[in-house]
Design a protein around this ligand. Sequence first.
Ligand code: ATP
Length: 299
Amino acid sequence: MTAALETSGLGKSYGRGASAVSALGALDLSIPKGIVYGVLGPNGAGKSTLLRLALGLVKPSRGSVRLLGEQTIDARVLRRVGAMIEAPALYPFLTARETMHAFARYSGLNDPAREDAVLARVGLTGAADRKARTYSMGMRQRLALGAALLARPELLILDEPTNGLDPAGIQEMRTLIRELVDQEGVTIILSSHLLDEVQKVCDRVAFINRGQLVSEGKVSELVAGQGSLFIRATPLAKAMAVLGARGRVDGDGIIAAVAEEALPALIRDLVSAGIDVFEARWMTQSLERVFLSTMGGAQ
Ligand code: ATP
C-alpha cells in the first residue's frame, strides 16, 4: 500500500549563507495509512517545517517528499488532504453553519447535507447558529477541523491540534481524532509536544530533535517496559528466593528482569515452589520517559 507520507533525505534550511537556519536535516520517514501518527519534538525541532513541506507550503532544500504516493504536491493531491496549520483563522462574525458554507463554497462544494453532517461530526450541531466569536477555544478548534473535513479528505494534517485547549477540550479533540481514524478510515498526522496526549491518541510516533529523527516506532512498543515484569505473589520472601538476583522488592510486589521467553518457566518455578501468584504483568513506561531518554542520548 502506498504510504500517506514518505520522505527521503528530506531537508530544509531557511535563509541563505551565514544566516541560514537548518530546520530539518535529512529525514527518512514512511508514514502508513489508516493510523494516527504523531510527530513529536521540543520547540524548534522541525515539526511544523515537516508538515509544511508535506503540504507543499515550503519547498525542500534537499531530498524529496511524497504525499499519498504523489511526488508533485499540486492542487490535485491536495484535494485529498485536509489541514489545520497554525491557530485556526475563522470568521468571528459568522456562525458555524455560515462558516461551513463559506468553506464549502471556497472548495467548490455544493452539498448542504455534507455541511450538516460535518457539523454533527465535530459536535457543533447544537451551537451551529451561534457566531464563532462566542465559541470556546475547543469549539473553535473543532470548527476548524470541520472545515478541514468538508471535502472528505483521506488524510488530515494537524499542527498542534490541542494547542491552547483545556483538559476537556483536549479530551474532545482526542476522541474526535480516534473516531475519524477508527470509524471513517481517515489517516491523521499530527504534531505535538504533549506527550501524555500523544500516548493516548497516536498509534505510531517519530521523535524529532534539532531537525533529526531520533527514534520512530509503534507507541505500544516504545512504552513497553523492556523485560520488566511486576509480580505480586505470596509469600514474597519465597518468591524472591526463586528469582534471586533477577528480582527486587517494590511495595507489595517484585520487579523482575525477565526475558519474555523465560516467563513460562519462571511461573512454573514459582507455582511448584508453593507460591501463590496473584499478578504478573509487563510494565510500561510513559512516552515522556522514552522521549527524555532518547532526547538525552541525542544531545
Ligand atoms: P514549535 O514546537 O516551537 O512550533 P517546531 O518543531 O514546529 O517548533 P519549526 O517551526 O519547524 O519547529 O522550526 C524549526 C527551526 O526552523 C527553528 O529553529 C525555527 O526558528 C526555524 N524556522 C522555522 N520557520 C522559519 C522561517 N520561516 N524562517 C527562518 N527560520 C525558520
